[in-house]
Design a protein around this ligand. Sequence first.
Ligand SMILES: *Cc1c(COP(=O)(O)O)cnc(C)c1O
Length: 381
Amino acid sequence: MPAAPPAPIHLLDLPAQHAPIRAALETAAATCLHQAAFIQGPAVEAFSRELSQYLGDCHVVPCANGTDALQLALMSLRLPAGAEVIVPAFTYVATLEAAAVLGLRPVPADVLAGTFNLDPQAVAAALTPQTGAIVAVHLFGQCADLQALRQLADQHGVALIEDNAQAIGATFQPETGPTWVAGTVGEVGTTSFFPSKNLGGFGDGGALFTRDENRAAYLRQLANHGQTRKYHHQHIGLNSRLDTLQAALLRVKLPHLPAWTVARQRVAAHYDELLGGLPGLRIPARDPRSTHVFHQYTITLTEPGRRDALQAFLAAHGVPSAVYYPLPNHLQPAYAYLGYQAGQFPVAEQLGRTVLSLPIHPTLTPEQVAYAAAVVRAGLA
Ligand SMILES: *Cc1c(COP(=O)(O)O)cnc(C)c1O
């Protein structure tokens, strides 16, 4: 193992990613400041159109952040109070929070240890007559089993929502027919432009996707105080709009997303090659039906109790890493009222103790990946 990284390694390196497009970003920001149409300015509509072209056949409704997007998606379903919303037991808190804040009941279902995504059998077991929706999360950048989940939702007459905050641009090939685009398979898909996401803004931002024109119109109203026209409020809505400044900057970044995704995939393939087959470590499992846009490259330490020591060893040798997510939501104090106990979602709980996400971003060099992988190997030895 070399003594030090070839260049400082960051979990995320936005300055390096932005450097080649800095002039275009600054021009876009300056134009926005001069035009002074800060709310619902022309860039918002333009960005929505361009994102809709990138994703294919769907309507894009921008909003203030990915958590609001989830809340708006659920609001658009008009579920009765207390209706159950099935969510993965292993996900970011926002997935549950959006349901809970609306007075809906989040019902966790366990995930698959390999892909970290919803286990369709666990979802089937969690469905009740009170279920109103299934929220699939495409965790770390790979699609959940969209075919099985779409089928379950259809069979039971419940909505499928896709939390696509981590997998923008991923695709899924069902058994027959054309390829599906993540975020456009459910009744509503949501995403986030939080700065660290694959398509990150310069502050908060989010969007909703739907193929249903009427639902898109309804979502647009919900995101803007429920108004059908200015000062005419048909629905109880939210103030949840994407800032013009964010839209203007995201327009500059969107054309680069495909190349950034390829760069992430190259880093992941390199890690696979250097870490695959190591005893005690599992590289992220791939579902052959899905592409993976590698928001995170997440390894699992198969022997209990190794993870924290490895993370400390990596840090001591200049390799940052992160744990997404250490404590499943059903064990968080805020969700104690749901009444779940430790042991009820064993896969999610085990993953909380054993996963570790390694540095991955579009400007990570092969030398840095090789160094990080060498430190992982040394740390395991
Ligand atoms: C980031 C994220 C969100 C929330 O997005 P914000 O824009 O931060 O509100 C929701 N779900 C998942 C899976 C996320 O990764």
